[in-house]
Design a protein around this ligand. Structure first.
Ligand code: FAD
Length: 416
């Protein structure tokens, strides 16, 4: 068996096949494993998560694996700990007459009710349209955009309610959130142990017949009975891999139904923490919309991360480092309500996933009317099997545990 891609989905697929006694090789384009999980340890005194950072839910494959690997979970309460505005104030302490309190409360309520409002065959609409229909003032949609759509690497106008409802209905993950104290990469390194992984091997062609698949890289041709493809859907959409014969019309339609928008993490280091010990998560309506303090090696690290997606990231990605650093510090200064922020900053770094050729953006979502595409992307075609976060129709797409679940599902298809 051959698995294309050594991210969470590919490693989970290969681990499942390996544990079942199958011979499996992973072919990975990058010089490292992990894909959109990337813990960077060479940038200063504290490691940073350039990609995935949180484990979303206590009943997830990631939590189970962390326990097996003996890793330490650090819980974070972003839901109750959310602060809003400039300066940022705890949302749960805001008066019920405050526009931010009203909008965030209403947006969360609409989100949870999607599951019962949108059956799989319901007429679809955008999350923006749904919020307005449920009484949210259109002038306040920018607040809902920050708390709901930024997380999904999308705009309220481009999110399909039917697709979100399917995910919420089947959600078994639970509401708690964690970080891995040792770094997210330790989880994937644990999954990868003893596996045959060929790094630096970008696949450019896959020739497939009923009983054999040829996987071509610049340096080799691998032959396999089954091939599991876990590359991001944006990589498939960009035509970076040629399929011969071409994929079915329904698979090609599914691939083009997804949108993968920009996602960028900005890190700012200081001489000491400029925030109180309870500071976990702050948001506001600016360009640098969401800020949080990373949790490893300890909560008192003088390091803060600003994670932006979609059009905000697209705008910032076009600006040079110095400009982004200055603009970011100005917004942080208003969020923290202090004027020494720029002076105390000792370092800055960002990572733009839209500029990464093997990711081509953050993570994928589906436009209104396109919810059919997720199971269609996941469906096997002869000896080809498909995994990766975008295919996680029966788990949580856009997450590490969703990717792991999809890899295991594809491996089981091969073993049948
Ligand atoms: C900035 C950011 C923050 C995130 N935060 C979180 C979070 O807090 N919590 C969470 O659960 N999830 C988060 N996610 C999402 C999570 O990272 C992904 O859902 C998950 O890691 C995807 O795993 P995957 O295996 O599907 O894809 P990937 O990790 O992208 O793996 C695919 C692999 O395929 C390789 N590849 C691509 N093209 C080729 C080719 N031609 N030949 C060979 N190999 C190829 C890639 O290099 C990559 O290694 C975040 C993502 C980003 C970008």
């Amino acid at each position: 068996m051959v698995v294309v891609g050594a991210g969470a989905a590919g490693l989970a697929a290969a681990r499942t096949l390996h544990n079942a006694g199958a011979r499996v090789t992973i072919v990975e384009a990058r010089p490292r494993i992990g894909g959109r999980v990337w813990t960077e340890r060479s940038c200063g005194p504290y490691p940073i998560e350039l990609g995935a950072e949180l484990i979303h839910g206590e009943h997830t494959s990631t939590v189970a694996l962390a326990h097996m690997a003996g890793l330490t979970l650090a819980e974070v309460d972003r839901y109750n700990g959310l602060r809003w505005g400039t300066p940022a104030r705890l949302v749960q302490d805001l008066p019920a007459t405050d526009p931010a309190w009203q909008t965030i409360t209403a947006a969360r309520d609409v989100w949870h009710k999607l599951a019962t409002q949108y059956a799989d065959d319901a007429a679809d609409r955008s999350l923006a349209a749904e919020l307005i229909q449920r009484g949210v003032d259109p002038a306040r949609l920018p607040i809902a955009d920050v708390v709901l759509a930024q997380t999904c690497c999308a705009e309220l106008e481009t999110l399909s309610c039917v697709d979100l409802a399917r995910e919420i209905r089947g959600d078994r993950a639970g509401p708690r959130e964690f970080r891995l104290r040792e770094g997210y990469d330790t989880l994937l390194n644990w999954l990868a142990r003893d596996l045959d992984i060929r790094l630096g091997s970008p696949v450019h062609a896959i020739i497939h017949q009923a009983d054999e698949v040829q996987i071509k890289t610049p340096a080799s041709i691998l032959r396999a009975r089954h091939c599991i493809i876990t590359v991001p859907v944006a990589v498939l959409a960009a035509g970076m891999i040629r399929f011969d014969p071409p994929l079915s019309a329904s698979k090609q339609a599914a691939i083009t139904a997804f949108r993968t928008l920009s996602a960028t993490k900005h890190f700012f280091w200081f001489d000491e923490p400029l925030w109180d010990a309870g500071f976990a998560y702050a948001a506001h309506g600016g360009l640098f919309a969401r800020w949080w303090t990373p949790a490893h090696p300890d909560l008192s690290a003088p390091l803060i991360c600003c994670y932006v997606t979609a059009s905000r990231a697209e705008i910032l990605d076009r600006l040079p480092d110095d400009t982004v650093r200055t603009l970011g510090l100005a917004e942080l200064s208003r969020i923290l309500g202090r004027d020494d922020v720029a002076r105390r900053c000792t370092g800055f770094r960002r990572y733009r996933w839209a500029h990464d050729p093997f990711a081509r953006g953050g993570y994928a979502h589906l436009l209104p009317g396109m919810a059919w595409a997720r199971p269609a992307l996941a469906a096997a075609e002869g000896s080809l099997h498909f995994a990766g976060e975008a295919t996680a129709f029966d788990s949580n797409p856009q997450t590490v545990h969703g990717a792991i679940d999809s890899g295991r599902r594809a491996a089981q298809e091969c073993l049948r």
